[in-house]
Design a protein around this ligand. Structure first.
Ligand code: FAD
Ligand code: DLZ
Ligand code: SF4
Length: 506
């Protein structure tokens, strides 16, 4: 039966479930650049260019292997602008009698696909995305009957199941988690590796011209564009990370430095998420480095935990809890997103730096996302939908299955503690300890109150005051609440007044 196989922009894997039993003579692979996907949030121009160029290179590779590929470019005159419209045209043009798909990364698209059998009157098969270690059913089985869905326990299960960093039944080195070794500030004079960048080829240059023209109004710098766009590029990036960065990745994983957005981070998430690398091969390469004594255990365990643990866990939570998950708002946050998230124009140097890095590279590392950009959104009570749309737009690696749990759960605590056991709220002292941002700031991180006081300090205590009813029962919050209770009434009042004035001026 002639089958149409739609491959999405984040499914660029040769071993994709929906390509496994493809008949080269009979079936047609459909790939489409569609306007709907480019504007449902105002994506960073580098993100659009990365996805389109990677899609075009992947289509070229499939054609080279003898597959029939129908590739619809964004500016093709008949492009309907939607997946649904392109599938409808694909069925008509090719006389397809069946559609085969791999489950997408976002709930809204799955819901759309589930309506296609009725809409098009032909069978639609949606296959499990087997690029993940734990599929949706597996995560639901793990979650079933548990009071708490903590990442650490899920991760241990995944270690046992996958065999990564296991010596028999025991974790390598005797400990499951070496996170406590991975929180050092950056020592002075530490040399940083030069990062692998990829010169745009003709296909990428054509995409860059298209994006330059069509997405002028989207925030973010398009060029210089240095992302890899093929499987071969992604393998070079992986190799570079394993040899030049992984050995030091652990120690300073949480550090931040002005003008150095990458440090020892992998820069692999865009490739992992769009399919150019698989999670398994990345973890295998990291473990090999440890076994060959080329990288220490705290670095390799820390890295593998991010992928085998966090990445799988947030996906599991997403599919287990959507669509209701996105609707929760446990701390009743409702403030509009300040403009500086798009422009970087703020006197708070840490935020200025992290937004600027984001707009320059479509990338910021985990602690910038969590403890600066996210922490501010949490403390300022930014509405979940507003800040979630921002995160989904600005990072080259952002798809809802991974963005939403990280922002909604980890950053905003909007799910009431389903994902994180306590809010990741922090005052300026944390940012000062882990970065050099405060040195270049007009505010003084040592000041807790008054004109020069670091806004993070004021907002932190204001957050505690305002959210005491929701958070006081959490034993992990006992310490800050003890400090709050030791404050006199006048000081609490001053904090609230100063916080209100600051927030009103945003
Ligand atoms: P490294 O720091 O070197 O980590 C290695 C790999 O681990 C990453 O490539 C990634 O695949 C994985 N990883 C690490 N932490 C997480 C995590 N919390 N969740 C899922 N995977 C993780 N990651 C995305 O891929 N897409 C997103 O849209 C995204 N949004 C985020 C939003 C917020 C508020 C926060 C706090 C984190 C978010 N993350 C997201 C997780 C993490 O910040 C990025 O995966 C990481 O910064 C990517 O850079 P890297 O490849 O250099 O990662
Ligand atoms: C993010 C994105 C963008 C900007 N454009 C396209 C596109 O034109 N065609 C496509 O197939 N995919 C695109 N994507 C990725 C999809 O949005 C992604 O497949 C869904 O978000 C599901 O994860
Ligand atoms: Fe950020 Fe406060 Fe430090 Fe300024 S003083 S960089 S606002 S933490």
């Amino acid at each position: 039966m002639k089958t149409l196989r739609l491959v999405l922009g984040d499914q660029l894997t040769r071993e994709l479930a929906s390509l496994k039993d493809i008949d080269r003579e009979r079936d047609v692979i459909l790939m489409a650049e569609v306007a709907d996907e480019t504007v449902y949030v105002p994506h960073h121009p580098q993100k659009i260019a990365f996805i389109f160029s990677a899609m075009r290179h992947f289509a070229k590779r499939l054609k080279g292997e003898g597959f029939q590929v129908e590739y619809i470019k964004l500016d093709d005159p008949d492009n309907s602008g939607s997946f649904e419209g392109e599938v409808a045209r694909g069925i008509d043009n090719h006389g397809a009698r069946k559609i085969v798909l791999t489950e997408p990364g976002e709930f809204r698209i799955l819901a759309m696909m589930q309506g296609w059998a009725e809409k098009f009157g032909i069978p639609v098969e949606i296959r499990t995305d087997d690029r993940f270690f734990c599929d949706r059913a597996g995560f639901a089985r793990w979650a079933d009957g548990r009071k708490q869905l903590r990442m650490e326990f899920f991760y241990r299960e995944m270690r046992r199941e996958s065999g990564f960093l296991m010596d028999g039944d025991a974790p390598a080195g005797g400990q499951w988690n070496y996170d406590s070794d991975n929180r050092k500030p950056l020592p002075g004079g530490l040399g940083l590796p030069r990062r692998a960048r990829f010169e745009p080829d003709e296909i990428t240059r054509e995409v860059l011209a298209l994006v330059r023209e069509r997405f002028k109004t989207h925030y973010g710098t398009l060029e210089p564009f240095g992302w890899g766009v093929t499987r071969a590029d992604a393998l070079v990036a992986l190799d570079h990370f394993i040899t030049a960065c992984l050995p030091s990745f652990g120690d300073v994983q949480d550090a931040m430095k002005q003008g150095e957005p990458f440090l020892f981070h992998a820069l692999l998430s865009p490739y992992l998420n769009c399919g150019l690398l698989t999670a398994r091969e990345v973890c295998e390469r990291a473990e090999l480095a440890y076994r060959a004594d080329l990288a220490p255990l705290n670095a390799v365990e820390g890295f593998i935990r991010q992928i085998l643990g966090w990445r799988e866990y947030v996906r599991g939570i997403y599919w287990l809890k959507m669509p209701d998950y996105a609707e929760t708002n446990a701390l009743s946050a409702g403030r509009k997103l300040p403009d500086f998230y798009w422009t970087g124009e703020t006197k708070m140097n840490c935020l200025h730096q992290c937004v600027s890095d984001t707009m320059q590279n479509a990338y910021a590392h985990h602690i910038q996302r969590l403890m600066v950009l996210g922490n501010f959104a949490l403390l300022a009570g930014i509405a979940p939908r507003e800040i979630e749309a921002w995160y989904l737009a600005v990072y080259a690696d952002a798809y809802e299955w991974v963005e939403l749990p990280n922002v909604h759960g980890m950053v905003l605590y909007a799910d009431g503690g389903l994902l994180a056991s306590k809010p990741y709220a922090a005052s300026g002292a944390y940012i000062d300890r882990m970065s050099d941002y405060c040195k270049g700031c007009v505010y003084d991180v040592k000041h807790k109150i008054g004109e020069k006081a670091c806004p993070f300090n004021i907002l932190y205590w204001n957050f505690m005051i305002k959210n005491e009813p929701a958070l006081a029962g959490n034993p992990r919050m006992a310490m800050p609440f003890r400090t709050l209770h030791a404050m006199d009434e006048e000081r609490r009042h001053k904090i609230e007044v100063e916080a209100e004035a600051f927030l009103a001026g945003l």
